[in-house]
Ligand binder design. Structure first.
Ligand SMILES: *Cc1c(COP(=O)(O)O)cnc(C)c1O
Length: 375
């Protein structure tokens, strides 16, 4: 079975992790944590980085550090990972959803303003599957209505919006370094921010609300969301190799597009003029006319030795959230269609050209016979 994803680990990773083991700095102090924070923040064009234990934790403390009044509303896309909604709920706020853009699958910026109320405090754009959201209209709304922008750039490491790094476009940028992300520390995450006062609060929230100088003095209710030096060592090594990882993704995206764009009934992720996306995962959305949904294609590809992953299921379709009385009667047709018709193909950093050919052969074998539906 050709896996959907696999991290690429090399000599530099081994060297840095070995240094942790040999020096005994394996926990949440040591030189790699600050080095990784600084290097990642700099890469994103932002002054401060606060490393945390995972991307969900990054979102959670990013929202909490803003200290909005209880019941404040935060606008986010329905088509995203559940961590975004959890971060809003755990801070005592209300998630307000917007449908996906049918071309780029990120939040539909034209539908945001209609969702703004007197309780709205923030907007959370998510750069879905590596394609940047059109952030300028969001910045304009944020200025007009005095809102904070919290980006989720977990899937867009290295992507650019009008030449600026995703994650560094708003007030707070959140990253995950989970195993399937471009840069991985196994589990891990980071919040980047241009604001020193946010960075200071994020550091306290990550470490049990601890006072920066007086040990065992706690100034607020925090969490243990610390990253270890071992993980940061991995992260720094990965970051030093990011150009080659990005080059692999560019090759992969172009090679897939070349073979698959000629097949009937497939929508591939568009590339808007403002965007330099990264092909985090190579995604397909099946046309309804094919008479084949993503679940069925996934089953058939698995039988041909190709692993896939389905698209997100919208937040408004999540039992865990609906059980709390959220999103009753709300419909988001673009997100619902993406959830039904979308999947992604093996896109890992260790995928070889011949494996990639095998994947294309399998997709072609399933879709080519359906071409008659388009005559
Ligand atoms: C992976 C991911 C997260 C969560 O990251 P974890 O490290 O798994 O907690 C959040 N948002 C998006 C869009 C993601 O893809």
């Amino acid at each position: 079975m050709i896996p959907v994803n696999a991290p690429r680990l090399g000599a530099r990773e081994l060297e840095y992790v070995t240094e942790c083991l040999q020096t005994g700095w394996i926990s949440s102090q040591g030189r790699f944590i600050e080095a990784f924070e600084k290097a990642w923040a700099t890469y994103c064009g932002v002054a401060h980085g606060v490393a945390v234990s995972n991307g969900t934790a990054a979102l959670e403390i990013a929202v909490k550090c803003l200290q909005f009044p209880p019941g404040s509303e935060i606008i986010l896309p329905t088509f995203t990972f559940i961590s975004c909604a959890l971060a809003v709920l755990y801070a005592g706020h209300v998630p307000v959803l917007v449908d996906a853009n049918p071309r780029t699958w990120g939040i539909d910026v034209t539908q945001i303003e209609a969702k703004i109320t007197s309780r709205t405090r923030a907007i959370m754009p998510v750069h879905i599957y590596g394609h940047p959201v059109d952030v300028d209209p969001i910045r304009e709304l944020a200025r007009q209505y005095e809102l904070v922008i919290i980006e989720d750039a977990a899937e867009a490491h290295g992507a650019l919006y009008k030449g600026q790094r995703c994650g560094g476009l708003g007030d707070l940028g959140c990253f995950s370094f989970f195993a399937n992300k471009l840069i991985s520390t196994g589990e891990g995450g980071m919040v980047v921010t241009p604001k020193a006062e946010y960075a200071e609060r994020l550091r306290a929230l990550r470490n049990l609300g601890s006072h920066p100088e007086r040990r065992f003095l706690h100034t607020e209710l925090g969490h243990n969301f610390r990253l270890t030096n071992l993980q940061a060592a991995l992260g720094l090594a990965q970051l030093e190799g990011i150009e080659s990882a990005l080059a692999h993704k560019r090759w992969l995206g172009a090679a897939y597009a070349k073979r698959l764009s000629v097949l009937p009934g497939l929508q591939l992720l568009g590339e808007e003029a403002w965007a330099t996306p990264v092909c985090w995962m190579f995604c397909l959305v099946l046309d309804d006319k094919l008479g084949l949904d993503a679940t069925e294609l996934a089953r058939r590809l698995a039988a041909r030795g190709v692993m896939t992953r389905p698209f997100f299921l919208g937040m408004h379709q999540q039992p865990a959230l609906r059980a709390r009385g959220l999103f009753q009667g709300e419909r988001y047709p673009v997100a619902e269609r993406l959830a039904r018709q979308g999947l992604y193909l093996p896109s890992g950093l260790t995928l070889t050209a011949s494996q990639q050919e095998q994947v294309c052969d399998a997709v072609e074998a399933e879709l080519q016979p359906l071409a008659t539906r388009y005559l």
